[in-house]
Design a protein around this ligand. Structure first.
Ligand SMILES: [Zn+2]
Length: 313
């Protein structure tokens, strides 16, 4: 039976090689639409501003991708935000929160869940604050909150409009009360913009939840937009509400389309129209400000026109 042993010896490496041979094709050529579940060629979705080619639903994207498709020629300046503690309470559950932050920083090449950039949208310069829900749930802690106020201050100092793209699970429970403090702080930031007569736009991208819904969207004179009718905007999740009130929730509950009808959202602007519609709106608002400044000797004392007054005009 030696011949069998010899044959096995010869064939074994060849068979192993055959079955272990890895495909030379990259494993990320295809992706699933989060809305219609269709399988789409990744390159097609990238060429469609990261929207599904079947149902046109905008897919979740990272902040730098957002900046690339929003700003003219994809060029922008990324602003460094204040460096604060990422773990003030020395939080630990199944692992240390510091370690989780460290891993997320390495994975996404960003310090916390928000990135800040300045650039032009159809030649209209703006400060843009953009969140990454994949960075530890996009939760708002000390650094994300401080970055929001820093962005508002930067906009005021440079006389620029402000646009935020929230994408978050809400306040960071690992920062406890420090995270809750970011809610009134963000309102103060938006108040600073209003006092200077500068537009503030909140463009919801799915999902937005918790303290961000309960603060940014109530800022003075903010425009509340969403990039899709299906964008999820909520405080508590639907399961929590259903269990609390013991009733079925209405169809489309907590979607931007539903909230548009209820008056919470001002307008749905699809991602493909962001550059055109945002720049048009900003040019209208800022031109009005210039005209008002010409009519008064003391521009600092002028009463600014509320963005809501303009949009409803
Ligand atoms: Zn789809």
């Amino acid at each position: 039976m030696n011949w069998i042993k010899d044959l096995t010896k010869k064939l074994k490496p060849k068979l192993e090689n055959l079955f272990n041979k890895k495909s030379t094709l990259p494993d990320n050529l295809w992706t699933n639409c989060a809305s219609c579940s269709n399988i789409i060629y990744r390159e097609d979705i990238e060429n469609n501003l990261y929207c599904c080619t079947n149902c046109q639903e905008p897919q979740q994207i990272l902040p730098r991708k957002r900046f690339e498709i929003l700003f003219d020629e994809g060029t922008y300046e990324e602003l460094e935000t204040p460096r604060l503690s990422s773990d003030p309470l020395n939080w630990s559950d199944i692992s240390s929160y510091k370690d989780k932050v460290k891993k997320a920083r390495k994975k996404f090449n960003q310090r916390h869940a928000a990135l800040l950039a300045v650039g032009s949208i159809n030649k209209m310069q703006a400060v843009v604050y953009c969140m990454n829900q994949k960075f530890l749930g996009g939760s708002v802690g000390i650094e994300e909150g401080e970055a929001f106020v820093f962005a508002c201050k930067y906009a005021v100092e440079h006389n620029l409009p402000f646009i935020a793209f929230p994408q978050t699970g809400g306040q960071k429970m690992q920062h406890s009360a420090f995270a809750l403090m970011q809610m009134p702080k963000s309102i103060i930031g938006l108040q600073m913009l209003e006092e200077k007569g500068l537009p503030a736009i909140i463009m919801a991208t799915s999902p937005v939840a918790g303290g961000v819904t309960a603060s940014w969207f109530y800022g003075p004179s903010v425009f509340v937009f969403a990039e899709s009718e299906n964008t999820k905007i909520m405080f508590a999740g639907p399961g929590v509400i259903k269990r609390t009130i013991g009733e079925d929730l209405p169809s489309g509950f907590q979607t931007a389309g539903y909230l548009l009808k209820k008056g919470f959202v001002d307008r749905i602007i699809h991602r493909k129209n962001h550059r055109e519609e945002l720049s048009n709106l900003l040019s209208i608002l800022l031109n009005l400000e210039i005209k008002k400044a010409e009519d008064t000797t003391d521009a600092a004392e002028q009463n600014t026109v509320s963005p809501q007054q303009i949009i409803s005009a």
